[in-house]
Design a protein around this ligand. Sequence first.
Ligand code: FES
Length: 131
Amino acid sequence: MYSKEVMDHFSNPRNVGEIENPDGKGEVGNPVCGDIMKITILVDENDIIADVKFQTLGCGAAIATSSVTTEMAKGRSVAHALKITRDMVAEELHGLPPQKLHCSNLAADALHAAIKDYLKKNGRSIDEFKE
Ligand code: FES
């Protein structure tokens, strides 16, 4: 039922934890199941996400989607990370069972929330990334 990519990230999640004194922090809850996801980021002077970590009180699919999302964002620019969608996360994992698709929302949403927090702290707006 789960792809081998999901099982890999679930059994061996990457970037678990919380960054101390992060440049941005995003926390979101999943309205469907009530699970929670927190993502913290460090951003360098060139707007590159130098480090990213996640913590979740969520299911196995939430763990796998968060893990893969942190890998998709790490070392990439803030502009690139803002374009990571829920669908891209599910695709990167070679699909999720339909009843688990909502779990992939948490990770992308928490990442975007962390970036928005970073921009806000620096007096910037998400609008500068809108095309
Ligand atoms: Fe809640 Fe998957 S069931 S995140």
